[in-house]
Design a protein around this ligand. Structure first.
Ligand SMILES: [Zn+2]
Length: 280
């Protein structure tokens, strides 16, 4: 239940003042409490003050080394677009783009055109601190999702001892279950001129939309197997539009934002306008 709906329920209950309407008042109050208990996403989650009037910051989990995993919510639900970055801790351009998008949405709230946006700029804070792809348990989080193609490696725990074994993976899964987004962009970076808009699930048009801004290629195959990846779990298994945005590994922050900020904002704006139609 949204704050505004809750306020409406409460006001409805309060204005019913006469004793003749007392019973009705109680009924409405019970209804409003019931609505709040079952409808509000992320109930009971610790919240930090947002740095913009339309921002909420939720701590939706902790890393292996107990660093907070923050989810930023801009605007009101529904949050049809969910963007996360830095699930691999050594992908600096992904870290910078996720942070730049948070800053931009704070500074230019109109740029989301009224659409609710959910953003998790750093999924793997322990890895970012060490400039390491893996989390503090030595697990590649983008091989740890409970996808049908998840595999345990024979002599390594690099994919995790079991699917969703890692707290960072579980935080992303929780965000997905509470937000129920229609489309997700996972921001990564890659070496060797292989930057691309890689899509899983019904996200071909979404990838094309992004390509018009960042000029990267559009592909449904990254070129190597990715068992247990987010794209496998959300895109292929659940048919949720999923983009793995692969940035150039060595691109600087300013150039990165210049070429990719508009691509991300176009996705958000397309959600608000519902045009161009993204569903396939
Ligand atoms: Zn990556």
């Amino acid at each position: 239940m949204q704050d505004t709906q809750f306020a409406r329920c409460a006001v409805r209950a309060m204005v019913t003042r006469s004793s003749a309407c007392a019973a009705l008042s109680i009924v409405l109050l019970v209804q409003s409490v019931g609505c709040a208990a079952r409808g509000r996403p992320f109930a009971g989650v610790v919240e930090e003050p947002g740095q913009a009037p339309d921002e909420r910051i939720l701590i939706i989990g902790e890393s292996v080394e107990k660093r907070p995993l923050r989810l930023h919510l801009f605007g009101e639900p529904p949050y049809r677009t969910f963007i996360f970055a830095a699930i691999h801790g050594d992908e600096r351009s992904a870290v910078s783009l996720g942070g730049a998008l948070v800053d931009h949405l704070r500074t230019y709230p109109h740029s989301r055109h009224g659409a609710g946006v959910a953003l998790m700029p750093v999924v793997n804070p322990d890895g970012v601190l060490r400039n390491n792809r893996l989390n503090a348990n030595g697990v590649d989080l983008n091989r740890n999702f409970p996808a049908s193609n998840w595999t345990r490696l024979p002599r390594s725990l690099r994919h995790g001892p079991e699917p969703a074994s890692e707290p960072e993976t579980r935080a992303v899964i929780r965000a997905m279950r509470e937000l129920l987004p229609e489309r997700v962009i996972s921001i990564h970076s890659i070496h060797g001129g292989r930057e691309c808009n890689n899509f899983d699930g019904p996200a071909g048009q979404l990838a094309q939309l992004m390509a018009r801004h960042n000029r990267y290629s559009v592909t449904s195959h990254i070129g190597y197997p990715t068992p247990g990846s987010f794209g496998s779990w959300a895109g292929r298994d659940q048919n949720i539009s999923s983009i793995t945005l692969e940035l150039p590994r060595d691109i600087g922050p300013e150039e990165c934002w210049k070429s990719n900020g508009p691509a991300l904002l176009a996705v958000i704006a397309a959600d608000a306008a519902r045009e161009p139609r993204l569903a396939e």
